[in-house]
Write a protein that binds this ligand. Structure first.
Ligand SMILES: Cc1cc2nc3c(=O)[nH]c(=O)nc-3n(C[C@H](O)[C@H](O)[C@H](O)COP(=O)(O)OP(=O)(O)OC[C@H]3O[C@@H](n4cnc5c(N)ncnc54)[C@H](O)[C@@H]3O)c2cc1C
Length: 407
């Protein structure tokens, strides 16, 4: 292929999930020609259904709030913890620390939410090519210059000034460059499925997420979705989950029965989805941007679903990256330092979330005990649960460190 016959755009985005659509919609609106390459055909299935309130800012900037309000997605106003004996905590209502419409968010069916985001990107002028898989990111002198992709027209080379890796758990650049590795001290597996007719909460907290804790520091999520469907999943140590059998279904159904408060809520429900799972959840990349490239969302790292922070981090990292990529393109300088100028702020926020995840799985730590000892930290804890983590959290972290060592 001659250089003149190759397509050239400003920004190639690998993956049309929430991170990819966010970064490309914002950049396209700022005047840059963006191309999303997505390997699957939407709508496609995806796990990760519970939003947290601070996604509001990015959804507002994208202009997606009207569509969200018109959708059938249940409104989520709170989170509640249920102990192994079945004792439920008081709901943590987000309105305790946030006023107005920002105090609620949504539980989303991902096939529908992701399709909405992808259509919205296309409406903003982003070129979207589905069923097109990026096989390789191309580098010249260590600078990303484009990709080799495979789709309906066969294999094509596309050049770009910036390549954004938004490929989720596939971590395209991380895998290609050998940057991906485990997260020290965090090794969990997850298995999940869907039920129709489960007994959900009623009233103001009907759309709440329930977190049912297990004696071995594992937990179940219980997330109401449209059409009376509930998403139910377990996160626990793989050694515990698969001790008796490697079979996902057997492990999942056994654990549902063992968790009495959950089994009770599912008593008259019918399972309506396949049983799916991941044997290793957490990973991170040792480098997250370089000359001509940057990672956003799960392509960058994934820690744990416990605080439902995945979509929030996907949207907020993509939004921060969009602003830096815009600056870099405008300045004609796509160096790593310019493209990744958002990294310190993002990393500090992620670090707070990581400490909280670590605390949750620390057998010596207990949140009720933490709140008894530091009642003045309840608003800061709720700030973490809503995603308000891009600010100085040092006092909260100091208190946390009095009761659990840092990761
Ligand atoms: C068990 C579990 C439970 C979770 N629960 C929650 C939750 O309750 N709340 C929450 O906020 N988050 C949750 N998450 C996390 C959430 O799912 C992710 O954070 C979120 O999907 C990240 O969005 P993304 O756009 O970065 O990646 P994705 O949504 O994964 O999108 C990446 C896209 O890239 C495409 N792609 C991949 N490789 C290529 C390629 N080579 N070429 C072209 N396209 C490619 C994929 O097809 C995909 O569409 C959970 C995750 C897990 C594992």
């Amino acid at each position: 292929m001659t250089k003149s016959s190759r397509q050239t755009v400003d920004v190639i985005v690998i993956g049309g999930g929430p991170a990819g659509t966010t970064v490309s919609t914002l950049l396209q609106r700022m005047g840059h020609r963006c191309l999303i390459l997505e390997k699957s055909s939407f709508p496609r299935y995806h796990i990760g259904e519970s939003l947290i309130p601070d996604t509001f800012h990015t959804l507002e900037r994208l202009g997606l709030l009207p569509a969200m309000r018109e959708s059938a997605f249940p409104v989520k106003r709170s989170v509640r913890f249920v102990s192994p004996s079945g004792t439920a905590s008081e709901p943590f209502f987000f309105s305790e620390t946030i006023d107005g419409p920002r105090a609620s968010t949504w539980q989303v069916e991902r096939s529908e939410f992701d399709r909405l985001c992808l259509d919205h990107a296309a409406q903003a002028g982003v070129e979207v090519r589905q069923e097109t898989r990026v096989k390789k990111v191309l580098f010249e002198d260590d600078r990303a210059v484009g990709v080799l992709a495979e789709g309906a027209q066969g294999e094509v080379r596309i050049d770009a000034r910036v390549v954004v890796d938004a490929s989720g758990g596939a971590t395209k650049i991380g895998t290609q460059l050998g940057l991906r590795g485990p997260v020290p001290g965090l090794k969990k597996a997850s298995i999940w499925s869907y039920y129709r007719g489960a007994r959900c909460s009623q009233g103001a907290d009907e759309g709440e997420t329930l977190l049912l804790t297990l004696p071995q520091r594992g937990w179940f999520w219980f997330i109401p979705l449209p059409d009376d469907v509930t998403s139910v999943g377990i996160v626990a140590d793989p050694e515990y989950l698969f001790a008796e059998s490697r079979d996902l279904s057997r492990a999942f159904l056994r654990e549902v029965e063992r968790c009495a408060p959950l089994a009770d809520r599912l008593r008259s429900a019918q399972r309506v989805g396949a049983i799916r799972g991941l044997r290793e959840l957490a990973y991170l990349n040792h480098q997250t941007c370089g000359d001509g490239w940057v990672m956003v969302g799960d392509a960058r790292a994934f820690l744990d679903p416990i605080y439902s922070s995945g979509l929030f981090l996907a949207l907020s990292s993509a939004e921060m990256a969009a602003d830096c990529i815009h600056d870099a393109l405008a300045a004609g300088d796509v160096s790593a330092s310019r493209l990744g100028a958002f990294e310190p702020r993002l990393t500090a926020g992620v670090d707070t979330v990581r400490r909280l995840i670590h605390a949750f799985y620390d057998p010596e730590f207990s949140f009720p005990e933490f709140l008894r000892r530091y009642p003045e930290q309840r608003p800061a804890l709720i700030d973490c649960l809503v995603g308000d983590v891009y600010k100085d959290m040092s006092v909260f972290i100091d208190c946390l460190e009095q009761m659990t060592s840092p990761p």
